[in-house]
Design a protein around this ligand. Structure first.
Ligand SMILES: Cc1cc2nc3c(=O)[nH]c(=O)nc-3n(C[C@H](O)[C@H](O)[C@H](O)COP(=O)(O)OP(=O)(O)OC[C@H]3O[C@@H](n4cnc5c(N)ncnc54)[C@H](O)[C@@H]3O)c2cc1C
Ligand code: FES
Length: 278
């Protein structure tokens, strides 16, 4: 009989969901939960920063969700907002229940390519989830060269406040802003783009993730500050089905975003996005 290690090394069919058991649920905000799931038997390969899984809620359906973190023992963390049927079912999971995971799929934030540069990471709302592992990887070797700008709708919608404090304590420059403040709020007020416009320190590379219009305005502000478009990456979301470049559901121009994205270099999509944004 094979050992667990043997089982874990068997190649995985990318179309077949692998069972993972929910081992922990972290309530991040009123409608956002991080599901921590551990392999029941065979584990999927580790996800790199920016990659996503297709998450199957049994009996309901399957949706793409970014991997917000991976533990060394193969546990996967998925931060999900309930917006519809499948995401609602995932957010409603209980500890002990099983989901099916496929992946990891997609391109990665090019951390190695930008190390040594002054990098700004801009996140809007849930956009911080796909950036979380990239920020970990950037901050760890060279925190003083990393600026993190995070925009949330309101203080109660802030994601991962412990991480933000941790990155700042390690030496990264962390700027938070909210659209609508309350009396206790001491951070910035306004959009993430407004905060980007206020940055004085020049940056040579940028990672940006959030709602599409937010990304477009942030990228324009970054370009005005001299961040080259070929050193700026964004993460684009489209509905997905197969996850492996077969069905065409996630097409954007010549790109299939499950395979050529979700992380793309801005100069490769700028024209397409600017036309769509008009
Ligand atoms: C690569 C990738 C990574 C993602 N990562 C995350 C993540 O980490 N956490 C998270 O909560 N969500 C993430 N999403 C979005 C998530 O997949 C959608 O919210 C989900 O597909 C909605 O399905 P549903 O059945 O719950 O809702 P539906 O009933 O399908 O739709 C409900 C609403 O959500 C909108 N919607 C549906 N699919 C998408 C989509 N792909 N992108 C944007 N809006 C959509 C619909 O237009 C509708 O307004 C990601 C999407 C992609 C493509
Ligand atoms: S989801 Fe099928 S081609 Fe991208």
């Amino acid at each position: 009989m094979g050992t667990l290690a043997d089982l874990r090394s068997i190649p995985v069919d990318p179309l077949e969901p692998i069972p993972y058991r929910v081992v922990e649920l972290v309530q991040e905000t009123v409608d956002v939960i991080t599901v921590v799931a551990a392999p029941v038997g065979q584990a999927l390969p580790p996800a790199q920063p920016g990659q996503f899984m297709l998450v199957w809620a049994f009996g309901v359906g399957e949706i793409p969700i970014s991997v917000s973190r991976m533990a060394a023992d193969g546990r996967v963390m998925l931060t999900v907002r309930a917006v519809g049927q499948v995401s609602g079912a995932i957010v409603g999971l209980q500890v002990g229940e099983v989901v099916g995971l496929r992946g990891p799929f997609g391109t990665v934030w090019p951390v190695a390519e930008v190390l040594g540069a002054d990098v700004v990471v801009v996140a809007g709302g849930l956009g911080l989830a796909p950036l979380r592992m990239a920020i970990d990887a950037l901050v760890q070797p060279d925190p003083r060269r990393i600026t993190v700008v995070v925009g949330s709708r309101e203080p109660a919608q802030r994601l991962y406040p412990g991480d933000l404090t941790g990155w700042a304590e390690q030496g990264a420059s962390v700027h938070e802003t909210v659209d609508t403040a309350d009396r206790e709020w001491h951070g910035g007020v306004g959009t993430a783009t407004t905060m980007v416009e206020r940055l004085h320190h020049p940056h040579q590379a940028a990672f940006v993730c959030g709602p599409e219009l937010m990304m477009m305005s942030a990228v324009r502000a970054l370009a005005q500050q001299g961040v080259p478009t070929d050193r700026t990456w964004v993460s684009l979301e489209r509905n997905m089905h197969c996850g492996i470049g077969h069905c065409g559901r996630c097409q954007l121009g010549a790109l299939l975003l499950c395979r050529d994205g979700a992380v793309v270099r801005w100069d490769h999509v700028e024209e397409l996005m600017e036309v769509r944004g008009r």
